[in-house]
Design a protein around this ligand. Structure first.
Ligand code: MG
Length: 241
């Protein structure tokens, strides 16, 4: 009864066979959200919003929390609802050169990513100069087939379906062949919505129950990836274990 066996076979038994390519997020995925960078980026976004809307940082925070679920990024929200035109001003305010001081060195990251032995592509909703700066900091610039940033997607980044599809088309892989890894539920949901396998990086276990209910793979940090890509390990990262 091959059909019955197939239906019963857990997804994790076939994941490692299916996956031929990794589509990786950058911020809070390749380095921990608990570092100073995440806090710094958020603070600078709030400051920019407050200045642009001429409101207090508290009001900017409240408005951003309210409206962000509707948009892929803070930038998209400001452009659509608040007439922001100067994208570069936003990027440079949020990502000043000094941002690298908020990062912690991780000498294990390069050998670890190499040891996964899969082609990988970077997909970020940040601007390319931020991505390149961080990749250089971690000495992993040469490990990716390409770096696809928010500008490449003309402001329509993750979770817009075309952000995923156009990126994959550009590097010659399909959704079926690609595991997407990101720390944002919204983006993981977006990739699942187009039929892809996705893994949520969730440092504090905040979204574990949701991952379980909605069927994403789950890991505390990027160092769970190798384990996930093996059949035995995947069972430990699966939604219902
Ligand atoms: Mg991220």
């Amino acid at each position: 009864m091959p059909d019955a066996i197939e239906r019963q076979a857990p997804l994790y038994d076939i994941l490692s066979l299916m996956i031929q390519h990794l589509l990786l997020d950058l911020d809070n995925t390749l380095y921990p959200a608990s570092g100073r960078m995440d806090e710094g980026i958020t603070r600078r976004m709030i400051d920019f919003v407050a200045q642009h809307l001429a409101v207090s940082p508290e009001e900017a925070t409240r408005l951003r929390i309210k409206r962000l679920p509707v948009y892929s990024t803070t930038l998209e929200w400001l452009k659509v609802e608040h007439g922001l035109r100067d994208e570069e001003a936003y990027f440079h305010a949020v990502h000043p050169e000094s941002e690298v001081e908020e990062l912690q060195k991780d000498d294990q990251l390069r050998p670890y990513l190499q040891s996964l032995d899969l082609p990988m592509t970077l997909l970020t909703n940040s601007p390319v100069f931020h991505a390149e700066r961080l990749l250089e900091f971690f000495n992993i610039s040469d490990l990716f087939l390409g770096v696809f940033d928010i500008t490449w997607h003309k402001g329509q980044g993750k979770p817009h379906p075309d952000a995923f599809r156009n990126t994959l088309e550009a590097v010659g892989y399909t959704v079926d062949q690609t595991l997407f890894v990101d720390d944002h539920l919204k983006y993981v949901r977006g990739y699942r919505a187009i039929g892809g396998q996705a893994a949520l990086v969730d440092e504090n276990g905040e979204h574990r129950a949701i991952a379980s209910a909605e069927g994403y793979w789950y890991m505390q940090n990027i160092y769970g990836l190798k384990d996930l890509l093996t059949a035995d390990g995947a069972s430990r990262h699966q939604k219902n274990t």
